[in-house]
Design a protein around this ligand. Structure first.
Ligand code: G4P
Length: 288
């Protein structure tokens, strides 16, 4: 599957990111909990070198809890605190403050030894498009949106949101670019809806989804679209036959009565993306 995305602009984006990262103590990296590998920027370790780090596995409400726990352990093994969240839900963000303190412990300790007390931690949120950066900033900042204004040493135009006496957040997130090299990364990003569908062949994409789901979660297609007579087909038929069955079940028909597999493909992708097939992950840490 040939997916062309985010051409050009990379050098500029990289330069901007390098400048902004200089201003902060902590880099809060958002990834999509369903595809933490594909939704991570490969250069982030280098870009954020020397900074405290933490990872938010966002959209955890849509991901397989078991896989998410695996990813949490994976990042914690790399000494990066990782928290799973649903950025739309303020309640799920309660653990973030604790993880911030944990991530910045060394810095706070260094400051303390130098006699610097109570200096707020400055953080910025980074991530590839559509992982939920803006949603997170809005939920996390809540009413505490008082901008602190420009200060010496802060690039003109950068605004800080004072969340509390110990944390300030740069109000605009850093946009990173995704990995380009691997085909499956493009497919995974397309499947969760991070790539404009208009440039994709939805039927081909839906067939990839069917293949992936059957390998990882053999029961889900049958549970949603199967039923007594189509159970075997859902498990063993070709992806094209499965798509036809979805069209039949959901009455996706063309004018003359033929099956509208294009509409069935769009429906399947939408239902997967919206979590209607269950909490499903496309990547597990042991695969990487
Ligand atoms: P970005 O700044 O990183 O580009 O992402 P943004 O916050 O714009 O979020 C992208 C989409 O993901 C939005 O949906 C947002 O509501 C959704 N989203 C963010 N965090 C979560 C989460 O934890 N769980 C779920 N299920 N969805 C999340 P949208 O459809 O583009 O917009 P809207 O219709 O929700 O406003």
């Amino acid at each position: 599957m040939n997916i062309q995305w985010y051409p050009g602009h990379m050098t500029k984006a990289r330069r901007a990111m390098k400048e902004d990262i200089k201003l902060v103590d902590l880099v809060i990296e958002l990834v999509d909990a369903r595809i933490p590998y594909s939704s991570r920027n490969p250069d982030i370790d280098e870009l954020a070198a020397g900074k405290a780090r933490m990872i938010l596995l966002n959209k955890a409400d849509l991901a397989d809890p078991d896989a998410v726990r695996g990813w949490q352990a994976f990042f914690e093994n790399k000494k990066i605190p990782a928290v799973c969240v649903d950025a739309r839900n303020r309640g799920s963000l309660k653990q973030v403050q604790g993880a911030v303190a944990q991530a910045c412990r060394e810095k706070t300790e260094r400051d303390r030894k130098r006699g610097i007390m109570n200096r707020p931690i400055r953080a910025m949120v980074v991530g590839i498009p559509n992982v939920g950066k803006s949603t997170f900033i809005n939920s996390f900042a809540g009413k505490a949106c008082a901008k602190t204004g420009n200060k010496p040493g802060v690039t003109k135009g950068n605004q800080w949101i004072r969340l509390n006496k110990s944390l300030e957040l740069l109000d605009t997130p850093g946009i990173l670019w995704p990995r380009f090299e691997e085909e499956r990364v493009g497919v995974h990003l397309a499947l969760i809806g991070s790539i404009n569908d208009q440039i994709l062949d939805k039927e081909e994409l839906a067939c990839r989804l069917i293949a992936i789901l059957r390998e990882r979660y053999p029961q889900v297609l049958d549970a949603r679209y199967g039923g007594e007579e189509a159970s075997d087909l859902m498990r063993e038929g070709t992806a094209a036959a499965v798509l036809e069955e979805v069209a039949r079940k959901r009455a996706c028909l063309l004018k003359g009565g033929a099956l509208d597999t294009a509409r069935a493909a769009a429906l399947l992708l939408d239902e997967f993306r919206g979590g209607k097939l269950g909490q499903l992950s496309l990547e597990r840490p042991e695969e990487f």
